[in-house]
Design a protein around this ligand. Structure first.
Ligand code: UT7
Length: 333
């Protein structure tokens, strides 16, 4: 591909529900314990949306913050991509809802389904439009309200997930900065390991699908864990190779926040110390497509990312999917 421009992040933002659900709260809901959850996952608490707060509520607020930080007006946006598995409605897309909330009149809008890899998939799509010169400004949002798709009686899943949104505005950056390499992957053979079986054309909604809990998340935790520990590092190595860089060049890796044991295993496999791996899952749990952009925006806010830093993003999850990219940070002006 002929690259006319370099594409990078101009600004980031995030939004989390105020309501906290702690491990101690969960002890009263299912047969579990704070010790088990902390030891097996690293999660202490997660944020939970109110009934009247759909995914777009958080997506819009994260987007507003990202646009302000990027000094970009909604009317300047060419495209809005919302990565989510918890869309407000089957149709229209959450991206269209957010486009209207923002007043981003000239922007195209679509949702992207790649589960926990969704924000990185979206970032790569955005960068392609900018690199070819087709578009100038693309908003990528990762947003979820997983609490609305969890079976609160199933301790295998309900302790893991949380709600929230993160966003990034992509635009032109100086040559040699921004997106330096990426890797997208999928293995559909593992689709049954993590799914929401009901409500689609395979199992249309009916009284039976509700009774059988087919509208909530089902996960074979062990299979997904096995896949995740491999995928997290392998995909980063591929992206590094495409960027002509090595693990030693990474200043900060922002991975999908699924489980602290996955992050620690990734750290070992990559030979990248844990202080170069951003983790906030103790506070927010697994927020699927939202976890990477929330962590990224938080890392920027905390001053963990400086101009010129090499940042790696790594996502892995349902599909099965994985995705990573390497960004040379240009800073939010
Ligand atoms: O976002 C996409 C990516 N998602 C992931 O990467 C998630 C990957 N999977 C995981 O993080 C882990 O597999 C889990 C945290 C989900 C589970 O941890 P585990 O160490 O694999 O536990 P397990 O499934 O092997 O279960 C061990 C035991 C079982 O009891 P028995 O059969 O040994 O008697 C479970 O029933 O722990 C039990 N258990 C629990 N106990 C207390 C499962 N969930 C709970 C719970 N509280 N919440």
């Amino acid at each position: 591909m002929t690259k006319i421009n370099s594409a990078g992040i101009l600004g980031t933002g995030y939004c989390l529900p105020e309501k906290r659900l702690t491990n101690f709260d969960l002890e009263k809901m299912v047969e579990t314990s704070n010790d088990w959850i902390l030891e097996r996952t690293g999660i202490s608490e997660r944020r939970i949306a109110e009934k009247n707060q759909p995914t777009s509520y958080f997506a819009y607020r994260a987007a507003k913050m990202a646009l302000e930080n990027a000094k970009v007006k909604p009317e300047e946006l060419d495209l809005i991509i919302v990565a989510t598995i918890t869309t407000d409605r089957i149709i229209p897309s959450t991206a269209c809802t957010v486009q209207n909330m923002l007043g981003a009149k000239k922007a195209g809008a679509f949702d992207l389904t790649a589960a926990c890899s969704g924000f990185v998939y979206g970032s790569v799509v955005a960068s392609q439009f900018i690199e070819t010169g087709a578009y100038d400004k693309v908003l990528v949002i990762g947003a979820e309200t997983l609490s609305k798709f969890v079976n609160w009686k199933d301790r295998n899943t309900c302790v893991l997930f949380g709600d929230g949104a993160g966003a990034a505005v992509y635009g032109r950056v100086p040559e040699g900065c921004g997106m330096l390499g990426f890797d997208l992957g999928a293995d559909g053979a593992g689709g049954d390991h993590l799914d929401i079986p009901g409500g689609g054309s395979l199992n249309p909604a009916s009284h039976e699908t509700v009774d059988e809990h087919l509208h909530t998340l089902h996960m074979d935790g062990k299979e997904v864990f096995r896949f995740s520990v491999k995928a997290m590092g392998e995909t980063v190595l591929k992206s590094l190779q495409r960027a002509n860089l090595t693990v030693d060049d990474i200043n900060l890796l922002v991975p999908h926040q699924a489980n602290i044991r996955i992050l620690k295993s990734g750290s070992k496999r990559l030979a990248l110390s844990m202080d170069k791996i951003y983790a906030n899952l103790d506070k927010y749990g697994n927020t699927s497509a939202a976890s990477i952009p929330i962590a990224l925006a938080e890392a920027v806010e905390k001053g963990r990312i400086k101009k010129g830093d090499i940042i790696a993003l790594s996502g892995f999850g349902a599909g099965l999917t994985w995705a990573s990219c390497i960004l040379k940070w240009t800073g939010e002006e």
